[in-house]
Write a protein that binds this ligand. Structure first.
Ligand code: SAH
Ligand code: SF4
Length: 362
């Protein structure tokens, strides 16, 4: 049924939720928006909280399941609203337990979300923020797709719901497909929903946004959200970073570092700097020294990621000894530098290996 006929004024930004059907997708509404919708149906605000609990805590996917709501109210809701998630099109499992979910969106596009087990109890989900990416980093497979479109807040939250229907997740990193800060408004809205007390209730420490270095948006994010920040650095001088990451020509290192220094951090919190090690490109002792100088005075933690090779890539992973020497040289100068274990490489689920081919095309 057409929600307008019901006399409900659908706000303009809700129009994006009216995708596959003519109904409003409740996944992707903030608590205030849910309350507004509930109010148009004559319900009180606490009903919105109940609905959120049903969707996120109890995994309700239909209104029939929401037994604390009156039958009439459920019927009214079902006429104008729905609970819609991306469909799991395929799951691939790596030898190390990492699982790559291929998710189909309502318009036929696909994205990937990767669940990485940390130990028996804990797992991190690497989520996507866009279909493809426009940033064009030279080493990144997602970058070769170009940008197809932004994900809606409903799709960002929906991918988390879709995976959590299968298995638990307790940490989210926006390091899947896309540049999250290039989809700023939807990202911030999704973060708000993911943090909701009545929902998944992820704390700020459990939510990390990774960016290639969009300086104005780093500052905006710091001003409106307390999530953790990761920056894909990959080079410690402008000449090299210009080549590897075109975004550096717009926002060179000096500006990027100034934004990082201005980013609000709690006690003991640090910004994560991701540094992909590329053989013969950025893995020399001099590169390590430059990196130490660059991060002087920044509350930083460095994630060293030996390049994950993929067919057709011009880059190679450095030899083991070279990787170790690089790390040691950072540690010796007092930096926190961890080597990120590349999980899921055998199913192209590791960092930078996401391309989201639909089931028919791969
Ligand atoms: N666009 C955002 C978030 C997603 S990219 C960003 O760039 O930060 C996820 C991470 O994977 C980035 O840190 C990127 O530097 C890294 N990455 C990309 N391609 C890679 C590859 N082939 N091997 C290892 N890491 C890669
Ligand atoms: Fe986009 Fe990040 Fe890949 Fe660069 S590294 S192309 S910003 S996804």
């Amino acid at each position: 049924m057409d929600p307008f006929r019901k006399g409900i004024r659908v706000k303009r930004e809700w129009e994006s939720y009216l995708m596959a059907t003519d109904k409003i997708n409740l996944v992707g509404l903030t608590l205030d928006e849910l309350a507004e919708l509930v109010a148009t149906l004559g319900g009180k605000r606490f009903r919105a909280r109940q609905i959120a609990q049903w969707i996120y805590r109890h995994g309700a996917r239909s209104f029939d399941a929401m037994t604390t709501l009156a039958l009439d109210f459920r019927r009214d809701l079902a006429e104008v609203a729905e609970i819609s998630l991306p469909a799991v099109a395929r799951v691939q499992e790596s030898v190390d337990g990492t699982r790559k979910y291929l998710l189909a969106l309502a318009d036929g596009e696909h994205i990937e979300a990767v669940r990485i087990p940390m130990d028996k109890e804990r797992a991190t989900l690497c989520v996507s923020s866009q279909v493809g990416c426009a940033m064009g980093c030279a080493f990144c497979l997602t970058g070769t797709m170009g940008l197809k479109r932004n994900l809606t807040a409903a799709e960002i939250v929906g991918q988390v719901c879709a995976v959590m229907e299968e298995e638990p997740v307790n940490n989210l990193v926006f390091m899947g497909m896309g540049e999250p800060l290039a989809n700023f408004d939807n990202l911030v809205k999704a973060l708000k929903i993911l943090r909701m007390d009545e929902g998944f209730n992820f704390s700020s420490r459990k939510l990390t946004v990774s960016t290639s270095g969009l300086v104005p948006e780093i500052l905006r994010l710091g001003a409106c959200s307390d999530t953790s920040l990761a920056v894909s650095l990959n080079a410690a001088n402008d000449a090299l970073r210009d080549q590897l990451m075109p975004v550096n020509r717009r926002y060179p290192l000096e500006q990027l570092m100034a934004a990082c220094k201005a980013f609000p951090l709690k006690d003991r919190q640090r910004i994560t700097f991701e540094y992909i090690l590329l053989r013969g490109v950025n893995d020399s002792p001099q590169d390590a020294r430059q990196l130490v100088r660059l991060l002087h005075g920044v509350k930083a933690k460095i994630n060293l990621i030996p390049f994950n090779e993929y067919p057709g890539s011009p880059f190679r992973r450095p030899e083991e000894a070279r990787i170790e020497a690089f790390q040691t040289s950072l540690l010796d100068r007092g930096l926190v530098a961890v080597r990120r274990a590349s999980k899921g490489a055998d199913i192209l689920a590791a960092c930078g290996q996401l391309r989201a081919q639909g089931t028919t095309t791969s």
